[in-house]
Write a protein that binds this ligand. Sequence first.
Ligand code: CLF
Ligand code: SF4
Length: 525
Amino acid sequence: MYMNTMQLLPVIQEAGAAPAADALSGLLQKVVEHKGCGTHGASGKASCGSAAGQGDLSPEIWEKVKNHPCYSEEAHHHYARMHVAVAPACNIQCNYCNRKYDCANESRPGVVSEKLTPEQAAKKVLAVASTIPQMTVLGIAGPGDPLANPAKTFKTFELISRTAPDIKLCLSTNGLMLPDHVDEIKRFNVDHVTITVNMVDPEIGAKIYPWIFYKHKRYTGIEAAKILTERQMQGLEMLTERGILCKVNSVMIPGVNDKHLVEVNRAVKGRGAFLHNIMPLISAPEHGTVFGLTGQRGPTAQELKALQDSCEGEMNMMRHCRQCRADAVGLLGEDRSAEFTTEKLVALEVNYDLDTRKAYQEKVELERQAKVVAKQSELETLAGENSDIKLMIAVATKGGGRINEHFGHVKEFQVYELSTAGAKFVGHRRVDLYCQGGFGEDPALDTIIRAINDCAAVFVAKIGGCPKDSLIKAGITPVDQYAHEFIEQSAIAYYREYLEKIKSGEIKHVIRGDADIRQGAFVAA
Ligand code: CLF
Ligand code: SF4
């Protein structure tokens, strides 16, 4: 039975009448009782991938991932990260990167960040932490490679761990220099490390990396790729031996490494990686990368999903990566970096207070757990259904796990796959704003429809008559009946009604086509 927020309120208030900690533990107890994902050990694969919840993980791992927006899909609706661009140099060349911009192993090509000194970075972290209390993670991800700039990277970590001890430290690297720095990483309590691994076969590597610079020498071709893969695998093993949580990023390059990434997935899982993030190649010619200029295409939305699905049997898959810039700030789906430029930081009041941050995060946890309870109780209504039907929906949200954005204001849709197993987050689609200066833009609407063309419905808080008609014409049903409610709970209720309509003959299930992954760089509003 679908319960909206008003109906759920007594459940939440019952828990909420007690002090926050008791309320939270009451809600968590309900979540545990409702556990629907199956139980797995920390080293095994959770059935819901990176959406794994507390019941799927050991307490030690849960503590590390529970408020890390990249390592937990569920956390990414509620918690923010920030990057500081302190690492300008790089020691390898990737064919999808143009050095004018940020490291494309994490950032979308075509995005430039403002470079900082470690001292400026530490100041910025305090300013952001006092403005955005749900910012829980500081990452260094470029604009070059953090371990090609070890002095700046570790100085920044040192300053931040002293001044903002509640913030988790995170690092993303191409892995070439990783084995040399593992002990330093451990010493600075960097608990999360990402390595970009695009191949474990040097012949494939030679098509992605024209050269590397290692021990004062430049290597090219297969020799370069061989050194790189050996160093990456060695670094990964050394990190996991020391209990550091590792994520592997891979760029999916159709015709180059797309099929091979299944082998990469096995190799990194075997060495203890926690999470695998397969990202689409973005290769617009205007970014000036080798792949962009030679016409190498990126994958379509369904090609990417099919590869992620095929690897999911092996280990946790991340599907909510936003390929964010090296100075990104905010929730993963938003970009607040423009609020914290060096110029603006001078005028910002810094009031970093651990207790205020903790109190705010306790409130976030209550909302988050209420969402899980709502989802699980809705899921129970699907018990006994054994339909094979799967459908995808696009959701307009600005965070908190709710359907709370107007269609015209959406910069990215979140995409869920619905089945009798529930609602599973499978990706996001960046789009052009439909509503500009108070008017709807028809060219933007065309690109939006192409971006969510594989979805049967689009869930919104509100939508105007014009876009509604165009969406219906394209076979996408606009749904505003769940405005401001929780996404997954609403999606499951919609799916149940969808099945009922099929059974009664009111509608026929239609298999949708493919969708575009946007190539252009996203520019923060
Ligand atoms: Fe930054 Fe990367 Fe840490 Fe996250 S990002 S260093 S793990 S805190 Fe996250 Fe951004 Fe994707 Fe990176 S969404 S690009 S995976
Ligand atoms: Fe560019 Fe990053 Fe590759 Fe270096 S590691 S070439 S900065 S994408």
